[in-house]
Design a protein. Structure first.
Length: 327
């Protein structure tokens, strides 16, 4: 005769098995209808371009429509907060910058509308280094000369960015902290305006994507003195990394991720990761990414979560040090 406790345990075990089988069956059939990819920025930028390339390939692989929708606002917070509250069924995902995702809950502590725990990572799928550039008339040819000049006139040099908490801004803040230099931040409304002023000499220093920097460097309008990756980059092979030039362990990359609401089941996350990696394998995807200055990368959900945690810790310390709050 079975005891009530044994019956209870058997019932629980049977229930867990049924649930597991249900999730597995659902994942095998997924997707069976239209998927939605949210971009928390305006159309036309690199994040939007990547989302549309990946969306097109996902549609081809699955035979299901994939709709890319832009939901800009509050530095990416509007779209992120909306996705965090959607049904966790795998049919709505967000393409976001890794920096934006990890930084915003810290600098918009009251108004971001989401926490990192509201999401599960599906994949990290693209990255790009940045190029440290200076106005050619500044008279510096490498990183150490820039550091020496900046230290000789604290606050006398300025660096441009496309806005507060943007990739160029945070790359420069990391550089300032790593070199113990004091340069003035001049934020602009976008990259084009910041480029115009560094070329004219109104500001002296700026970090730019290779796609933006390379033609300006080749034309002699900017001078490249370092790259932020751990290895030199194609097209600017003669420019050493910042770490090579004595700034120990310096590394900064723009990187991009795909996320879903936190309660999305593990089998669905795994299936999405598999589909996205297949989408990245096509020559069309790789060429499209290369055309906007990005390298394709592949990462499991666990690897992506680990990087998010590492980046969160890295930026948390710097945000506190510089007092960056945008609420």
């Amino acid at each position: 005769m079975q005891t009530p406790l044994l019956v209870s345990r058997l019932t629980l075990t049977f229930g867990l098995i049924i649930n597991a089988l249900s999730f597995t069956t659902y994942a095998q059939e997924f997707p069976s209808r239209t998927m939605q990819v949210i971009v928390p920025f305006t159309a036309g930028g690199p994040t939007d371009a990547m989302a549309r390339v990946v969306g097109r390939e996902l549609s081809r692989l699955t035979g299901q429509p994939v709709v890319v929708e832009n939901r800009p606002g509050a530095g990416g917070n509007v779209g992120s907060a909306q996705v965090a509250r959607t049904e966790p069924d795998g049919y709505t995902m967000i393409v976001n910058g890794g920096l934006t995702h990890t930084l915003n809950p810290q600098i918009f502590a009251k108004t971001s509308g989401y926490a990192l725990t509201d999401f599960k990572a599906v994949a990290a799928f693209a990255k790009s280094p940045m190029v440290l550039t200076v106005n050619p008339d500044l008279g510096v040819n490498d990183v150490q000369q820039l550091v020496t000049l900046a230290k000789s006139k604290p606050g006398g040099l300025s660096f441009a960015s496309g806005g507060q908490a943007s990739n160029p801004h945070m790359a420069a803040e990391l550089f300032r902290d790593s070199t113990q230099t004091n340069m003035l931040h001049i934020p602009y409304k976008g990259t084009a305006d910041s480029v115009k002023d560094i070329v004219s000499g109104r500001v002296q220093v700026g970090f730019y994507s290779p796609q933006v920097a390379e033609p300006l460097v080749q034309a002699g309008r900017l001078k490249a003195i370092g790259v932020t990756s751990t290895t030199r980059i194609k097209g600017l092979d003669n420019i050493p990394t910042i770490a090579e030039q004595g700034v120990k362990d310096f590394e900064f990359e723009s990187w991009y991720i795909i996320l879903v609401p936190a309660k999305t089941s593990a089998p669905i996350v795994s299936k999405l990761n598999q589909l996205i990696n297949q989408a990245l394998d096509t020559p069309e995807t790789q060429k499209a990414f290369s055309n906007i200055g990005l390298d394709v990368i592949r990462a499991t959900p666990a690897q992506t979560e680990a990087r998010i945690t590492t980046e969160q810790n890295k930026w948390s310390e710097l945000v506190k040090k510089i007092g960056l709050q945008l609420d």
